[in-house]
Design a protein around this ligand. Sequence first.
Ligand code: ASP
Length: 439
Amino acid sequence: MKKVVKFGGSSLADARQFEKAGAIVRAESSRRFVVPSAPGKRTKDDTKVTDMLYACYALAQENRDFGKELERIRQRYQEIVDGLSLQLSLDGEFEKIEQNFKAHAGKDYAASRGEYLNGILMSAYLGFPFVDAAETVFFTEKGEFDASRTNTVLGERLKNMPNAVIPGFYGSNPDGTIRTFSRGGSDITGSIVAKAVQADVYENWTDVSGFMIADPRIIPDPEKIDMITYRELRELAYMGASVLHEEAIFPVRSEGIPINIRNTNQPDDAGTWIVESTCQKSRFIITGIAGKKGFCSVNIEKEKMNSEIGFGRKVLQAFEDNGISFEHVPSGIDTMTVFVHQDAFMNKEQKVVSALHRLADPDMIDIEADLALIAVVGRGMKSTRGTAARIFAALAHKNINIRMIDQGSSELNIIIGVRNEDFEEAITAIYNMFVMVQL
Ligand code: ASP
């Protein structure tokens, strides 16, 4: 058994958290490859080291004094070194960082030092060798992740190593400069390492015991998801359920390596398993509910629209020409509705309307704002009758008007549009209908 274990920022925020992570790694000899994030928040109002580094580098870039800010970062690491009684000095590293900041080494370089330094600490603490991601994770000329070169070099490098610590979040450009993934990108590194070493499991240790069926800010103490497929996760993540970086599933998915989301603060919890496919039914018919507020619907009416070949293309062209991506396009005989993000649409609204007139010559255009979309996701829906009926009944009982319904052809999800103000109540009603009644 071979595992890659990635620890998020809150799991490594201070010496106590490091101790928990260390105990987790030592508990199983299969936990051979460790991917740390930078130290995260210790309390709700704390600042992540990555954010401190960005702020510090912003001063350096303007040639302003950044000594105090860098010293604060150094102290965060020193506290961990002291708390763990490590015989390690980071003075040389901080001198180098200061020089490179002065020489304007780049924002990505600056941010990456959070993981780099934490990797050095983790390596000293566990007694595992340190493998710099700058030498093993690569980006292309265009700034895209170079999966094939990375997999070859990283795989080769780790092949004969019993253990290693590989810092998350960054790699290098073809010219050797540092580049980071987008925020939260250590999740991606963990997945890349799992693929390179052909791990049996990619364990992602964070501060929650996995995915919840619904957002805990709306449903207090919701039930946990035991197992979810990659496809279900995509649907929920797109609608705002965020525990794992969206791109983290791709490297392991192609290899059939499962991801296990675990809680560093409650290591005995089984967490959530993310798998390619499973015959294991979810405990409830639905796997999860997620949603977002802030959509607009653009309703377009034109008599005999259905028989006009190319009408849909012309309508969508009006959005494309204005750089607006659409979310859903439910249609009727003489109507077509395009759902878009309100933020992106607002200041281009009139341009889109005139483009629609020019391209599609509709009889009427009607725009409605402040809508929310809710995705009810579940692999079990396909084989269960009455899921949609139960959703609609739940909403009807609460007097919530449904503005849109869209069931994906995969029968993996049902999307419902409601007014922003009904959003929380709608999610609660659906949760109660599927989860509470079954408990
Ligand atoms: N430290 C980086 C961030 O705060 C990356 C990560 O934690 O995954 O975004």
